[in-house]
Design a protein around this ligand. Structure first.
Ligand code: AMP
Length: 320
């Protein structure tokens, strides 16, 4: 296995590589059988691509799976609603689950193995070890979801230990998750490469999410405002050349809440690697928002490059 897997060709991707497993999608519940199957694929010389999910699969997940399918000989999707990453009073119990449909989709997408462990399999009696991600897990979503990223890291570390993929596919929609998991992979010397995939959206701009199923028709009609506000912020930076983060955040807050039932959790303009705030906007910047619409918590973000000096002027002139 190697970190250089990233740009590597999909030598066995669909259509004739070193696929170790017989055709068809295997469904596995035990960690040991999952480990054995993925190991066999690696020992046959194939690459293993891994897509961790909590199920209720939608187009956002499908995009990750298709990308994994195109770059690897053997594709594993996990479906596990991880109790460790939900806080008290969050939606663990009600999180949408539709295993039969998920398995159909996985078959259609030619996934090799779907790993569906029970809680007992992942956290048997006596389980005590947790990953602590520190400061970076307390920013943005971590501020209102204490312990969330420790839970994410703990489950992903376990899944990586079981599947041992060369590549793990993650969605940019959960930008902080990518940052935190990259930190964990680097800090703990895990031999896997993150492949970050763009956010898949509905036609009206709303980022796809399993939680969108919670929205009432009225909330669903208001939900795309989140993305509109992000795009307006992008224009404010690139065309108006606004550089004062505080002013922009206040403007975004007003745009998001006026005439809607959005309640803002945070609006942040941060360094995309460290998640530290950028009071004066410059360079690569993540514009990230979390807001509640009724009982649904929505997140979205845009990654932009804030131009400086002459470049900014050229872009403003071109109307970009
Ligand atoms: P989840 O099932 O919500 O835990 O998500 C599993 C993976 O799918 C994560 O890496 C998410 O970032 C990714 N994902 C979820 N929604 C989207 C989306 N709309 N576009 C791209 N990736 C997504």
């Amino acid at each position: 296995m190697s970190k250089s897997a990233s740009g590597a060709r999909p030598h066995g991707a669909r259509g004739g590589g070193k696929r170790a497993a017989p055709a068809g999608t295997k469904r596995l519940q035990s960690a040991e059988s999952m480990r054995r199957l993925a190991r066999a694929a690696r020992e046959a010389g194939g690459t293993v691509g891994f897509v961790p999910t909590m199920g209720a699969l939608h187009e956002g997940h499908f995009a990750l799976i298709r990308r994994a399918r195109s770059q690897n000989d053997f594709v594993v999707v996990s479906i596990f609603v991880n109790p460790l990453q939900f806080g008290p009073g969050e939606d663990f119990e009600h999180y949408p689950r539709d295993l039969a449909r998920d398995l159909d989709r996985a078959r259609e997408l030619e996934v090799d193995a779907v790993f569906i462990p029970e809680n007992q399999e992942m956290y048997p009696p006596g389980f005590t070890t947790r990953i602590g991600v520190g400061e970076i897990g307390l920013r943005l979503c971590g501020a209102s979801r204490p312990g969330h990223f420790d839970g994410v890291c703990t489950v992903v570390m376990k899944l990586l230990g079981i599947v041992q993929p060369q590549r793990i596919y993650l969605g940019q929609k959960d930008a902080q998750q990518i940052v935190v998991l990259q930190r964990m992979i680097d800090d703990l010397s895990v031999d896997a490469k993150i492949v970050a995939c763009p956010t898949v959206r509905e036609a009206d701009g709303l980022a796809m999410s399993s939680r969108n199923a919670y929205l009432t028709p009225e909330e669903r009609a208001q939900a795309p405002q989140l993305y509109r506000v992000l795009r307006a912020a992008q224009r404010a930076i690139l065309i108006e050349r606004l550089r004062d983060a505080k002013a922009l955040i206040e403007r975004m807050r007003a745009q998001l809440t006026e005439g809607t039932r959005f309640e803002v959790e945070y609006i942040a303009l941060v360094d995309p690697e460290t998640l530290e705030e950028r009071p004066v906007l410059s360079g690569r910047t993540l514009i990230a928002v979390a807001a509640r619409l009724g009982r649904t918590r929505l997140i979205d973000n845009l990654l932009i490059n804030v131009p400086g000096g002459r470049m900014a002027e050229r872009m403003a002139l071109k109307g970009e």
